[in-house]
Design a protein around this ligand. Sequence first.
Ligand code: ADE
Length: 243
Amino acid sequence: MRFDVLTLFPTMFAGPLNESILKRAQHAGHVQMHIHDIRAYATDRHQTCDDTPYGGGAGMVMKIAPLAAAIRDVTAQDSVQPHVVYVTPDGEPLHQAMAVQLAQRPRVMILCGHYEGIDERVRTTFVHQEISIGDYVLTGGELAAMVIMDAVARLIGGVINADSLAEESHSDGLLEYPHYTRPAVWEGQAVPEVLASGHHGAIATWRRQQRLLRTAQRRPDMLKRISLSATDRKFLSEHKLLE
Ligand code: ADE
């Protein structure tokens, strides 16, 4: 899969995309991440990319011309048409199913806005999907783009072990169970006995119950959306966690 990011601040991407799993995923050829500087497409002497808003008001708006030229030029750099995403606080909130869908696309282009945002006509002309990473406002779309790239890249085949994806938080509507490693006792706190029992059935049951407990306590909204087995329901009602 290929990502193309259009940004006024390309150097912001160097650290996060070139460490750990994302670095390995790129080296192994699972994902390509191309960062493009929108300013390179501005044609005036000062390479202006923003202007005052029509109708007045605070802040600046990113101009159409450099953005449109960047989108068109970068699109033409590959024969695959990109799915164009604009990251913005008024987009659809990001969730795991959305990341799964994006991971199936061969090419995703992400537009990063700054200042008050981009000229609306860029959105209506080029953008297929608008995504927010949460109900708060960042200084620009760059961190949001990196969050999306990280969440999507790890789902691409070969990037991480498929077993790790199976039982993680948000993969099937339940939060993850707690993890432990050596030592068996640390500052008086012991690892739950069942985990060292070697009894795989008992471990699986304990982990399922921990996932149910965590989800009921921390995210009752998620619990309402999934279908629970009779055993799950019995466990939760015993803990007075079923509404
Ligand atoms: N740009 C600024 N804030 C944002 C947010 N919460 N999500 C996506 N893009 C943004």
